[in-house]
Design a protein around this ligand. Structure first.
Ligand code: GDP
Ligand code: GDP
Length: 466
């Protein structure tokens, strides 16, 4: 049985909006490729893209404007027509910092006439500088813009949500084909969760002085092995590979640790430290499967910590919280419970995040924390069989049926797990735009609590059959 074709997505936009940067981010290449020589005719660049587990071919049209013709849209039209024919979606990129230019409007007018779904991407949207351009881009009449920072990797989750409705069905067809193959005995029956995972990609983030460097040094002990700045990873982040022996099982386990604290100290930074810890966290989550947010027992939980935590969750990473300096904690149990409560209030969408008390200084609690990190990665990576998923779904519908606004019931028919790392689910049904957010939360909470995804962010997309 042949696998269904992969979808093709084409990136379109005027020069300098960040098309190549986006292309590189989606195919996971390092940023250096952006500096292609101007004037050098580039071949059509096609890459294997992956976005939160969603796989597609991506076509970069940057450089096509080097051809001679009278107007840019004219040139692009000629150049892209061929690709558009085979494309399943277009990422139309604008520069949120520059705002909408006449050229953007022209390209937008042209794109409104083509018969391919368009996802409008407002790039360079990190920080506030992109806000105006973001709002302006609504005027293109191409739907809601997806705010993105291709350079910093922010907004990737939104991009996924934007693309999924247009190309997600490929994944479903692939799954259906796989299920059919399994039924006919063509599959070896190996479940995804049985596939061995590589070294645990772990990042430790937190405010300055939380104890990140101390913790990393403690974890590495004598075995510290610096692999140095690594290709494909942010210029200045440092990855350390080492092996940790789990005392609970005696098993050696490989860890790939992203050391953002060391990276910051190396850079001799003048930026404000508070801002920087958020930036560190942003970079770290790009490379991590599991992120440990380190708190300081002598400081408690602050707004800044919640901000970092939200970002980690928004980017779909598994998050653990560790209260460091437990050796000097006062009123330990009320401190622990206080932080537990403040976390649950501050991050209401993911109550019950795993919380640990540790001491980087004495080593207390660290083995327990690492053991949990491996377990959490497993649930972040696992797939629930469709039958079991729909058994839960039917029960959840029965216990609390969807509402019937205006007397007409919203029908939710079926759920499937579209992907892992982070776990993503698609619910198929009708009249979905009338479904209240509270009902979506009910489903997400159910998935987390009943299907073994308690510690990880879970995404649910609603979809009406075409
Ligand atoms: P292209 O001509 O559309 O392919 O644009 P490039 O990918 O070559 O990017 C043009 C410039 O914008 C480069 O200097 C990039 O570093 C910069 N750039 C790309 N993405 C971002 C972003 O998300 N934020 C910011 N601030 N700059 C970006
Ligand atoms: P970073 O800025 O997050 O990398 O924090 P550092 O690792 O530089 O630690 C900041 C301060 O906290 C240093 O003075 C450390 O010695 C201290 N510290 C770190 N971990 C612990 C701990 O578990 N217990 C105690 N008592 N102090 C710690």
């Amino acid at each position: 049985m042949s696998a269904p074709a992969k979808p093709t997505v084409i990136i379109i936009g005027r020069p300098n909006v960040g098309k190549s940067t986006l292309f590189n981010r989606l195919v996971g290449k390092k940023l250096a490729l952006v500096d292609d020589q101007p004037g050098v005719t580039r071949d059509r660049r096609v890459g294997d893209a992956e976005l939160a587990g969603l796989k597609f071919d991506i076509v970069d049209t940057a450089g096509w404007e080097d051809e001679d013709a009278e107007s840019l849209p004219g040139r692009m039209r000629a150049q892209t027509e061929v690709s558009l024919e085979g494309a399943d979606a277009v990422l139309f990129v604008i520069d949120a910092r520059a705002g909408i230019t006449p050229l953007d409007e022209e390209i937008g007018r042209w794109l409104r006439t083509v018969d391919v779904p368009i996802v409008l991407v407002a790039n360079k949207a990190e920080g506030k500088a992109g806000d105006a351009g973001l709002y302006e881009s609504f005027s293109l009449g191409l739907g809601d813009p997806v705010p993105l920072s291709a350079e910093h990797g922010e907004g990737v989750a939104d991009l996924f949500e934007g693309l999924w409705p247009h190309i997600g069905h490929f994944e479903k067809e692939a799954e259906a084909a796989a299920a059919a193959a399994k039924e006919q005995g063509l599959d070896d029956g190996e479940d995804e969760e049985d596939v061995p995972l590589g070294p645990l990609k772990l990042a430790i983030v937190g405010r300055p002085n939380a104890g990140k460097s101390t913790l990393i040094n403690r974890l590495l002990g004598e075995d510290r092995l610096l692999t140095g700045p690594e290709a494909g990873i942010t210029r200045d982040s440092i990855a350390i590979d080492y092996t940790w022996t789990d005392p609970q099982t005696g098993e050696p386990r490989d860890i790939h640790l992203v050391d953002t604290a060391g990276m910051r100290k190396k850079r001799n930074v003048t930026e404000k430290l508070e801002k920087l810890s958020v930036a560190d966290a942003r970079r770290a989550v790009d490379f991590a499967e599991v992120v440990v947010l380190l708190l300081d027992a002598t400081q408690g939980l602050e707004h800044q910590d919640l901000k970092i935590a939200s970002h980690v969750l928004e980017e779909g990473r598994a998050l653990m919280i560790a209260i460091n300096k437990w050796d000097v904690a006062e009123n330990a149990s009320s401190l622990f419970n206080g932080i537990r409560g403040a976390l649950d209030d501050g991050l209401a969408q993911v109550r019950g995040l795993p919380l640990f008390a540790v001491s980087a200084k004495t080593g207390k609690g660290l083995d327990t924390m690492l053991h949990a990190a491996f377990e959490i990665r497993e649930s972040w990576s696992k797939r629930v069989p469709t039958a079991a998923l729909n058994r839960w779904f039917d029960d959840a519908m029965e216990a609390n049926p969807p509402p019937a606004p205006g007397g007409r019931r919203i029908k939710l028919r079926y759920i499937t797990q579209a992907g892992t790392r982070p776990p993503r689910f698609v619910v198929f049904g009708t009249r979905l735009d009338a479904l209240p957010k509270s009902y979506e939360r009910y489903l997400v909470n159910g998935i987390r609590a009943k299907l073994g995804f308690d510690a990880v962010p879970v995404r649910v997309v609603l979809k009406s059959p075409k």
